[in-house]
Design a protein around this ligand. Sequence first.
Ligand SMILES: C[S@@+](CC[C@H](N)C(=O)[O-])C[C@H]1O[C@@H](n2cnc3c(N)ncnc32)[C@H](O)[C@@H]1O
Length: 329
Amino acid sequence: MEQQLDTAQWYRTFAGHTRGHSQDYERLCSAIADDQTILTLLAELPQPRRQPNLLLASVRYHQGPVHDVPRFRDWLVEHWPQVRTTMLQRRTQTNEVGRCATLLPVLAALPQPLALIEVGASAGLCLYPDRYSYRYHGDLHTELGPTHSPVVLDCTVAGRPPLPDSPPRVAWRAGIDLNPLDVTSPDDITWLECLVWPGQPERLRTLNAAVSVARAQPPTLWSGDLNTGIQDLLRRVPTGATPVVMHTAVLAYLDRGARERFATTMREFDGYWISNESPSVFPEINAHAPAAPTEAETFLMAVNGTPVAFTAPHGQRMDWFADHHPAAL
Ligand SMILES: C[S@@+](CC[C@H](N)C(=O)[O-])C[C@H]1O[C@@H](n2cnc3c(N)ncnc32)[C@H](O)[C@@H]1O
């Protein structure tokens, strides 16, 4: 992350993000923020590796306890060398398939079929929006998608997004990631499971269901940096399909220069660019969005640099404010 956060403050902020979602993580992160011993251990790591979710997932990867603060603390101090190694080797690569529910109205509104490219794809689970089912509630109500899909995504809608009758048609799909995870590797799936916060059995169930969908036809995922690989991927788009490049919860990991390089490539490319990131990632896009509707953490979704909606980071809510049809942007 570009932002150089004070580690204690980082854990305090993350405790706030997990409030109401994971009691265990809220309790642990609040305690870590005031624990000099743990903060001193974390200081051994490069700053970006001190990330709360990386620490907690690494502890769970080694089957450490996360339900009780004193037991967690004693275990961590004793097993720090193992946890440290995992924190240096692994990345926070949470593959949150729920985000497909907020991407779907845009994807389905574009000229079909699509050639879908995801940058920062993790295991590529968001590359299958056509194979999941959706239930929208709130200002608009609809259900769509294959009835037999093991993945059913719920999303509360405010405003009037162009909800379709059926999912998009995906003619071709591919992704790129610094470290693509393999849906056929039990170890990679264990890591993805550890990245889901405790106390969220529904997210875990959805993750495993999405893995079963992806395993039926594993995605094409390239290993590399998104700025280096994007042009090669774009060259492979088959004719007759609309090129779409999308990313969710990725660009915050790049420094400002790398984000700008990517945005420039996207502004010059002849297709659709869907960005679903924290509003602070592209301040120049955020400048054209209304005030965020909630104090809670939110993402801003934009199509070709025009903001269209605020979205909940795990795809459970969407506040649509755009007047224009996404295909016209
Ligand atoms: C938080 S995960 C999000 C994964 C997926 N987009 C989703 O929403 O479920 C961020 C992903 O971006 C990848 N990533 C970070 N920086 C990258 C870069 N410069 N090039 C390619 N991938 C990158 C990470 O490896 C990780 O898999």
